[in-house]
Design a binder for this molecule. Structure first.
Ligand code: ADP
Ligand code: MG
Length: 454
C-alpha cells in the first residue's frame, strides 16, 4: 500500500481510539510520512515535547496498527522539525556519488532486537556494556568489537541492537548487518561472473559493519582475502566493525592469521549461559512483551520453565511461547502442572537425551581408561603428565567425534574444563591422526570398542 495512504488510514483509527483533544493536538497535523528507511517509518512532529509524549503513550499502539498494513516488520519513529532541517543540511553537503550508492542499500537490521529488550545478567554484562559503548561512539572506543559464545545466547541480538541504536541517532549512517556466510555467497556469485567491481560496490561507503558468525569464513580463502581488504579499508577510515563468533579469535583455526590477529586489536568479550535468576528475568521480560497482563503467568511457573531450560535463551523463549500457547488454546490455568504438560514433548526427550548421552560418555571414559590402563578418576583428573593427558584428549575427541556433544558439555563431564580446552584437545587428536599412524589406530580401535555394547 502506498505509504501516505496507509498513514491516513492509521490516523483514522487513532482518531477513534484516543481523546479528540489529544488527537487534534498531536496527530491531526502529521500529514505525511517523512521517510521509510531500514524498516523504520519516520514521522515529523513539531518539537521534542510532543515527540516524547507520543513515544511514551502512543507509539506502541501505532506500531500495533501498523502491523496490519505491512508484511515485513516495520516500526514508526519520530523526528522533530529541527532534526529534519539538520539532516537536510547534512544531505546537501553529501556529494552526488554518495547519494547514488545508497540506492538499493539495505541494512538487514531486525528492529525488534534492541538494547531495551536485552536482559542483562552476569553472563552477558560485559558484552552488553561493550556493545552499548560501541553504539554510542562508533569507531572510537572498541574497534573491532569481537563477541563470542555458544548459540542462542544473544550475540545476534546485540549486533542488531548496536545497528538499531546507531540508526536511531543518525538515520543517514550506513549500517550493514551481514552473516559471514552471506558474504561468502555474495563473493562467489560475483566472482563466478567476474564482477569484482560490483562486488566491492556492495560494501562501499559503509559506516558500521556488523558481521555475524565469522566462523563461516573457515576454509574460504578467497572470501577471507576479500574480507581482509574490506576490514583494512574500514579500519583505516575508523569505521566501526563488530564481529561475532562461536569461539575465541585465537581458536579460528581455518581463517588466515593475518585476519584473526586483527580481531584482537579491539575488544574481545564473551557471552555465557545465563544463571537461574537471570533466566527468570528474561522470561519476565519476554512475557511482558507478549501480554499486558503482568500476572498472567505466576512466578512459580516461570521459575519452573527457567529451571528446566538452562541451555540457551532461544530454547527458554520457545518454552515460554509454548506454555502460553497451550494454556491459552485449551483455556487452562497457568499452573506448573499444565506447563509440564505443554512442555512434555520438549522436556522428556531432553531429559532422556541427557541420560542417554551420560551413559555414552561414561562408556567412552571406561573404555579409554581400560585401554590405556589408567583409572577413570585419573582420566578426568587435573594431572597433566602425558600418560594421562593423551588418554584424556583421546576420550574427549571420541565423545565429540562419536556423539557430537557440545564442547561446553563435554567440559562439564571432564571435571569442569572449559569450552576451549576441550576444543583444543579434540583438534589435537584430529590433527595428530593424520601425521601419526599410532594415533589413527588408537582412534579406530577405541571407536569400535565404544560402539560395542557392554
Ligand atoms: P546467538 O546469536 O548468540 O545464537 P541470538 O541473539 O539469536 O543468539 O539469541 C537467541 C534468542 O534469544 C533471540 O530471540 C534473542 O532475542 C534472545 N535473547 C538472547 N539473549 C537475550 C537477553 N539477554 N535478553 C533477551 N533476549 C535474549
Ligand atoms: Mg546468532
Amino acid at each position: 500500500m502506498e505509504s501516505t495512504h496507509m498513514w491516513s488510514e492509521i490516523k483514522t483509527q487513532l482518531e477513534h481510539e484516543i481523546e479528540p483533544d489529544t488527537y487534534q493536538e498531536i496527530f491531526s497535523s502529521i500529514d505525511s510520512i517523512y521517510e521509510v528507511k531500514n524498516n523504520f517509518i519516520y514521522l515529523i512532529v513539531a518539537n521534542d515535547f510532543i515527540k516524547r509524549r507520543v513515544e511514551m503513550l502512543y507509539l506502541k499502539k501505532m506500531n500495533r496498527l501498523l502491523e496490519t498494513y505491512v508484511e515485513e516488520k516495520h516500526e514508526f519513529r519520530l523526528i522533530t522539525e529541527t532534526q529534519v532541517n539538520e539532516k537536510m543540511k547534512a544531505k546537501f553537503e553529501y556529494d552526488e556519488g554518495e547519494i547514488d550508492s545508497e540506492e538499493g542499500y539495505q541494512s538487514n537490521l531486525i528492529t525488534s532486537y534492541t538494547f531495551d529488550n536485552f536482559v542483562i545478567g552476569n553472563s552477558n554484562r560485559l558484552s552488553y556494556t561493550s556493545a552499548l559503548k560501541v553504539a554510542d561512539q562508533p569507531g572510537i572506543v572498541a574497534n573491532p568489537l569481537y563477541i563470542f559464545g555458544d548459540v542462542g545466547l544473544g550475540k545476534t541480538h546485540l549486533m542488531h541492537a548496536i545497528g538499531n541504536y546507531i540508526l536511531e541517532g543518525n538515520i543517514h549512517s550506513k549500517v550493514l548487518y551481514l552473516k559471514a556466510d552471506q558474504f561468502v555467497e555474495d563473493y562467489v556469485r560475483h566472482a563466478n561472473r567476474k564482477k569484482y567491481v560490483e562486488f566491492t560496490h556492495l560494501y562501499a561507503n559503509i559506516d558500521v559493519l556488523l558481521v555475524d558468525d565469522i566462523q563461516f569464513l573457515s576454509k574460504k580463502e578467497k572470501s577471507q582475502e576479500e574480507f581482509f581488504k574490506l576490514f583494512e579499508k574500514l579500519y583505516q577510515q575508523q569505521k566501526q566493525i563488530v564481529i561475532s563468533s562461536d569461539r575465541k579469535a585465537t581458536d579460528l583455526k581455518d581463517i588466515m592469521a593475518r585476519l584473526t590477529s586483527r580481531f584482537a586489536w579491539g575488544v574481545n568479550v564473551d557471552i555465557n549461559r545465563p544463571e537461574l535468576d537471570h533466566r527468570i528475568k528474561i522470561l519476565e521480560k519476554k512475557l511482558n512483551a507478549e501480554t499486558s497482563d503482568q500476572d498472567l503467568v505466576p512466578k512459580k511457573v516461570l521459575e519452573y520453565i527457567a529451571s528446566v531450560f538452562d541451555n540457551n535463551v532461544r530454547e527458554l523463549e520457545g518454552a515460554l511461547k509454548r506454555v502460553l500457547f497451550y494454556c491459552t488454546a485449551f483455556n487452562l490455568e497457568f499452573t506448573i502442572k499444565n506447563a509440564e504438560m505443554a512442555l512434555e514433548n520438549l522436556v522428556r526427550p531432553k531429559a532422556n537425551h541427557r541420560d542417554f548421552m551420560k551413559d555414552k560418555i561414561n562408556r567412552v571414559m571406561s573404555v579409554v581408561a581400560e585401554y590405556y590402563k589408567i583409572s577413570v578418576s585419573d582420566l578426568i583428573s587435573k594431572k597433566r603428565t602425558r600418560n594421562y593427558l593423551y588418554p584424556r584428549q583421546m576420550a574427549m575427541y571420541l565423545v565429540k567425534h562419536l556423539y557430537d556433544v557440545p564442547f561446553k558439555r563435554i567440559g562439564d563431564y571432564f571435571n569442569g574444563r572449559d569450552h576451549s580446552t576441550v576444543m583444543h584437545s579434540v583438534e589435537k587428536i584430529y590433527n595428530d591422526q593424520t601425521i601419526d599412524s599410532n594415533v589413527k589406530i588408537d582412534v579406530e580401535k577405541l571407536s569400535i570398542k565404544c560402539g560395542e555394547s557392554d
